[in-house]
Design a protein around this ligand. Structure first.
Ligand code: NAD
Length: 248
């Protein structure tokens, strides 16, 4: 018996990067997966189906509350339930605080924090009815503060406060809510650094990882699968790093 057999999971930002890795790991554990993204997520769904799993894609902009409501309804209509909500969609618009435009501030807060609020709130409304569920929100080690990331750090710290509050409000409703803080994971978001200063920016990040390598999306996916499983039933309101020992 796989750990997530008969469970239905939504993963936002599942078209590529971490979200894609999370979708593949949850599907490998038997979950029925809704791969939700603004961009096409057909490839990940195809890969899951080819491996014998169950998945569907849904186009969503997490900054639109009505679209997030429709996403939850789609999961329930298509697979009969919603057991696991992974709010992973996120962006960064880095720059020093004293030069940061209001637009870059607002854009990151809207996607990374407000998008996570919509996903968490709508999933919890459904999960409270059935008194069972798992919320797993993707923050970042940067939530503690990181040079060039005032907007991103503020949004990701907001995700921690939001999730810990959701955990406490819903603990007696059988819902666990936890935060994962990936460290430095190889995805399109971080590969941009290979183009900065002839790759020196990438090398500098790797030098800060005690394990000496960037993480893989599957490293984070396996942690999500554990938190989503019955094995993690007594774990809630936690902030768990997945960064090879890296401290921001
Ligand atoms: P990525 O840019 O490779 O992928 C992000 C995905 O989210 C894309 O498929 C994109 O289309 C989708 N997305 C963006 N805005 C969206 C919106 N408004 N609605 C729906 N989908 C949207 O990024 P990634 O590295 O895979 O990051 C995933 C998450 O992990 C983000 O929340 C990010 O902040 C976090 N994170 C990443 C790292 C890392 O090292 N890569 C480290 C810490 C935290």
């Amino acid at each position: 018996m796989k750990r997530l057999e008969n469970k239905v999971a939504i993963i936002t930002g599942a078209g590529r990067g971490l979200g894609r890795g999370i979708a593949l790991e949850l599907a490998a554990e038997g979950a029925m997966v809704v791969a939700a993204d603004m961009l096409p997520a057909d490839d990940v769904v195809k890969e899951i189906k080819e491996a014998g799993g169950t998945a569907a894609t849904f186009t969503v902009n997490v900054t639109k509350q009505d679209e997030v409501k429709a996403l939850i309804a789609f999961a329930v209509e298509t697979f009969g339930s919603l057991d696991i909500m992974v709010n992973n969609a996120g962006i960064n618009r880095d720059g020093m605080l004293h030069k940061m435009s209001v637009e870059n501030w607002n854009t990151v807060i809207e996607v990374d924090l407000t998008g996570t609020f919509y996903g968490t709130q709508e999933a919890i409304k459904y999960m409270r009815e059935k008194e069972n569920g798992r919320i797993i929100n993707i923050s970042s080690g940067s939530w503690l503060g990181n040079i060039g990331q005032a907007n991103y750090a503020a949004a990701k710290a907001g995700v921690v406060g939001l999730t810990k509050t959701a955990a406490r409000e819903n603990a007696r409703k059988g819902i666990t809510c936890n935060v994962i803080c990936p460290g430095f994971i190889e995805t399109d978001m971080t590969l941009k650094l290979k183009e900065v200063k002839d790759g020196a920016a990438w090398d500098s990040m790797i030098s800060r990882v005690p394990m000496g390598r960037a993480g893989k999306s599957s490293d984070v996916g396996k942690l999500v699968a554990f938190l989503a499983s019955d094995d993690a039933g007594y774990i809630t309101s936690e902030v768990i790093n997945c960064g090879g020992g890296m401290i921001v």
